[in-house]
Every structure is written in structure tokens, then in C-alpha cells.
Design a protein around this ligand. Structure first.
Ligand SMILES: Nc1ncnc2c1ncn2[C@@H]1O[C@H](COP(=O)(O)OP(=O)(O)OP(=O)(O)O)[C@@H](O)[C@H]1O
Length: 278
């Protein structure tokens, strides 16, 4: 316990992020963030965050409630634009292209960077139409046969096909919570995103449904970059390659997940993972 004697203050007492916020080769980065700040009106919620997120990386965002994890996640597909009074400064690039530059259309951006929310939110439509919706509006198919293929493939990849293949016309809302969350993942992957943002995707699910989603994250990481916000340190440890610890809007530490949980570099990371702050 190298920091056990350090008092837990409110100050974050770092000037730069501990660990490995930057990847050794910029070609390996999917996102590059530099000096990112987020304000809600006058209030600053994110302070000077700089880091890279790798291609095919699963990175977990952890930290006490209110530390800015969701706010940070929403920077990555400009979902903060939808919040009145929210302002983002700094540089955020996706494949070296600034996502905040004038002229960027957020619709294709959000197709490239899909999002799965805490509470499963299927549309009030059939299971089939939930998955087909995005493919239709983005014009990904030319005919019903191709659409059927996308729906089947997406449901298979989300691990839901065998459970729903005989009831595709039933409303999505008739599924269990865990099935609904897999339906939302199928809906997200149907439009072939490059990145999937997950904001506490298992918090409404039981342990079995959670285990299924975690298996799915491991499978999806072969093809996608995944950024997951979680309150469960066990989940971060199970699914992620790197873990980022946020505290009061600052990114205090980011490192390989094993290191963060065994030899944290900052006393506040250690205080959080040992349950002394929550
Ligand atoms: N729409 C908003 N308007 C004003 N302030 C906001 C808004 N959303 C979040 N905040 C504030 O920004 C800070 C960060 O909130 P955020 O939801 O990003 O934290 P979090 O780490 O995701 O929290 P939790 O773990 O509880 O979900 C908090 O102080 C919160 O009160």
C-alpha cells in the first residue's frame, strides 16, 4: 500500500496524467485528445484532458460519481452538442481529423462512433425494425434481402439471434432487460461503426446478462474501438486493456488495466480502487 498514509484531499495534486496517456505510435491511435475542457455554462466539468485511444482498444473510464466520465465520453461523438450551455474546447481528432472543425456533419460522425446507453432504449418498433432502422436511414442496403442479412448478422454478433429469430416482428420492448441491451448493441453495430461508446451498459442488468455483454465486448474488440464507462472495477478489470481514472474532472491516471489495479500510480486512484473514496 504505497499511498496508504497519504491523506485523501480534495485537491488532485498532479499537473499531468500519470501512466501511459499517449500511445507510442500515432498510427495506432483512433482518437487523439489534447487539452480538452468541457464547461456547462460557467462550470468546468473536464480539465485539460490529453490522451490517445487506440485502434481496437477497449478502454475503461472509472472514477467517483460526478467526476466527468459521461461528459468525457460524450465528447467523442459530439453528444455534448445536444446539451444546452455545454461547450467543449481543445482538440479531438478521429483518424487524425478534427471532429469539432466547422463543417463536420454530426450524423455520419455518430454513425462512425456509436453509443450504447446505461438504460436499454429500444425504439417502439419491432425487433427487426430496431436493427434495420439505422441501415435504412444511412442507405446501407439496396433491397430487403440485403437488409435481412444486416439484421441477421447484427443480431448474431450481438449474441441475440437464436433467442429472437422466431419473433422478429414482436416489439423490442417485449424483450428482457439484458436482451434489450443486446438489441441496442445490435442496432449500433448494424450501421458498421468504428468505435462503440458504452455508458455503464450493464448497470441495469443481472449478473448473467452482464456476463453475456462482457463476452460480447471481448468479441467486438476484435473489430472495434470500445470506450466503456463503468462503476464496476471488476468489470473494468475483466474487459479493458487500459483503464483511465478520473477525479473531479481531471484525468489523473491511465495505464494498462493490470497496472492500475495492482500498482496504481496516484494515491487517489488507489483510494478509489480500495474503496476509500466512492
Ligand atoms: N447537463 C448538465 N448540466 C450541468 N451540469 C452537468 C450536466 N451533466 C453533468 N453535469 C455536471 O458535470 C459533472 C460531471 O458529470 P458526469 O455526469 O459527466 O459525471 P460521471 O462521472 O459520469 O457521474 P456518474 O458516475 O454519477 O454517472 C458533475 O458535476 C455534473 O453535475
Amino acid at each position: 500500500m504505497p499511498f496508504a498514509d497519504t491523506p485523501i484531499g480534495t485537491q488532485t495534486d498532479v499537473t499531468e496524467t500519470i501512466g501511459t496517456p499517449f500511445l507510442p505510435n500515432s498510427q495506432d491511435s483512433k482518437f487523439e485528445l489534447r487539452d480538452v475542457n468541457v464547461y456547462y455554462g460557467e462550470k468546468r466539468a473536464i480539465f485539460d484532458v490529453s490522451m490517445d485511444i487506440g485502434k481496437n482498444e477497449v478502454i475503461a473510464m472509472i472514477g467517483p460519481s460526478g467526476c466527468g466520465k459521461s461528459t468525457f465520453l460524450r465528447c467523442l461523438n459530439r453528444m455534448n452538442d445536444t446539451i444546452d450551455g455545454c461547450r467543449v474546447t481543445g482538440a479531438i481528432s478521429l483518424d487524425s481529423d478534427d471532429i469539432n472543425r466547422p463543417g463536420v456533419d454530426v450524423v455520419p460522425l455518430r454513425a462512425r462512433v456509436g453509443m450504447v446507453f446505461q438504460k436499454p432504449n429500444p425504439f417502439p418498433k419491432s425487433i427487426y425494425d430496431n436493427v434495420a432502422y439505422g441501415a435504412r436511414i444511412h442507405g446501407l442496403t439496396r433491397n430487403r434481402y440485403e437488409l435481412d442479412e444486416i439484421v441477421e448478422t447484427s443480431l448474431k454478433r450481438a449474441g441475440l439471434w437464436s433467442e429472437v429469430k422466431d419473433r422478429l416482428e414482436s416489439p423490442g420492448t417485449t424483450l428482457s432487460g439484458g436482451q434489450q441491451q443486446r438489441l441496442c448493441i445490435a442496432r449500433t453495430i448494424a450501421i458498421e461503426p468504428e468505435v462503440i461508446l458504452m455508458d455503464e451498459p450493464c448497470s441495469a442488468l443481472d449478473p448473467i446478462a452482464t456476463a453475456r455483454i462482457e463476452e460480447l465486448i471481448a468479441e467486438l474488440s476484435e473489430n472495434y474501438t470500445i470506450v466503456i464507462v463503468t462503476h464496476s472495477m471488476q468489470q473494468a478489470a475483466r474487459v479493458s486493456h487500459r483503464t483511465a481514472y478520473f477525479h473531479m474532472g481531471r484525468l489523473l491516471e491511465v495505464n494498462e488495466t493490470g497496472k492500475v489495479f495492482t500498482t496504481p500510480g496516484h494515491h487517489l486512484t488507489e483510494a478509489y480502487i480500495t474503496g476509500r473514496i466512492g
